[in-house]
Design a protein around this ligand. Structure first.
Ligand code: PPY
Length: 364
């Protein structure tokens, strides 16, 4: 269980934000939201109303008018897009958000669940979710979150994660008795931390660990976090690139309220899931017979049916029910992929497409 650290971010108690405080800004927010919902619907058939709504706001409040970019939330450089992530400034998830949407406004959140809710309630436009790492594999809890919520995957980002050991000024390696960080970061630095013979303590995010060490002026504790966290919280870098593997890559998903309309011009990934006996074999066949490249299958035991039960007429053999998360390279606009899913639907007891999105081919 991760330790709770203080941080200035969206929390379950501060969210949704109170309407009593700063009522003027809250009012503006809700008006903007209402207009964008209406115009969004109307914009499918007519653009006149969008322009009217935008110029009315600009005249009456002397603010920048809405543009079609504001309405679709799909600005290429991310300007005007609010991206919710777990953690505080300096967290890797924030870097992933900035890679996907370079000029976005990042919204720190206490938990992933809060980031999801921020998007569902129009406080943010996107949520960032790390789902797998080249060293540690899948982040299972986050896969489960995808299913619990109704957001759509609209993009992915692959980020090269380079961990540093951060401590207050004057603290040396030999002074350290404890190291704080996100569980993934601690696991990725196994060798270095073992050699230091320190106690490891899991917290909610790497930047939160750095802030905690700095705020409490700890002299025997360091944080595993990013180089930008060192700058933000004014900590010394005791060691750099301390991850076990120099190619330490984390894959993050970008989530939105609405799916994007996929094209066929560049590779897209589908994300779907299904369940049932023999499903894995059948699902593989559905894709392979259509030459669709299946890039990932993740199986998760069914939360609601975790009990062991007999299989067929064998008394001894028992098994769990599993959900399969499949990731394959094809666009939703591709007939071949549509047929594969149609085929899968014929025998799957449950199937949900979680999103179709462009593959991230630029690794930084
Ligand atoms: O805690 C963070 O900074 C995160 O964004 C989560 C994380 C932790 C370690 C590697 C990648 C992402």
């Amino acid at each position: 269980m991760a330790t709770k650290l203080p941080g200035a971010s969206i929390t379950s108690s501060s969210y949704p934000p109170s309407t009593n405080k700063s009522s003027s800004s809250c009012k503006t927010k809700s008006i903007t939201t209402r207009i964008s919902i209406q115009s969004r619907r109307i914009s499918k058939t007519s653009c006149c109303i969008e322009i009217d709504a935008a110029s009315a706001i600009s005249r009456s409040q002397n603010k920048r008018p809405l543009t079609s970019t504001n309405l679709t939330g799909s600005s290429k450089d991310g300007a005007g897009i609010r991206v919710a992530y777990q953690g505080i400034s300096g967290a890797y998830s924030e870097s992933a958000a900035e890679k996907a949407y370079p000029n976005c406004d990042t919204v720190p959140c206490e938990q992933f669940d809060i980031a999801f809710q921020a998007v569902e309630n129009w406080i943010a436009d996107r949520a960032v979710l790390p789902v797998e790492n080249s060293l540690g594999g899948s982040i299972h809890r986050n896969y489960d979150l995808l299913l619990r919520h109704r957001l759509h995957i609209v993009g992915e980002v692959q980020l090269s994660v380079r961990h540093c050991l951060l401590a207050n000024h004057g603290v040396k390696l030999e002074d350290l008795a404890r190291v704080l960080s996100h569980p993934q970061a601690l696991a990725q630095c196994e060798h270095k931390l073992t050699s230091l013979r320190v106690v490891r303590e899991a917290v909610d995010d790497t930047a939160g660990a750095a802030q905690f060490v700095a705020l409490h002026k700890l002299k025997d504790t360091a944080a595993v976090a990013s180089i930008s966290a060192a700058r933000i919280y004014d900590l010394d870098v005791l060691a750099q690139d301390i991850q076990d593997d120099s190619d330490n890559i984390t894959r993050f998903l970008m989530l939105a309220r609405d799916p994007i309309i996929p094209g066929t011009d560049r590779p897209f990934k589908f994300f779907s899931l299904d369940e049932g006996p023999g499903m894995l074999y059948k699902a593989l066949a559905v894709f392979s017979m259509r030459d669709i490249n299946l890039t990932k299958i993740e199986s998760r035991p069914q939360r609601k049916r975790p009990l062991l039960r007999p299989v067929g007429n064998s008394d001894g053999l028992k098994h769990f029910d599993y959900l399969f998360y499949c990731d394959f390279e094809a666009s939703m606009a591709d007939h071949n992929a549509q047929n594969a899913l149609k085929h899968l639907k014929e025998f799957a007891t449950f199937l949900r497409v979680l999103g179709s999105y462009p593959v991230d081919i630029n690794l930084i």
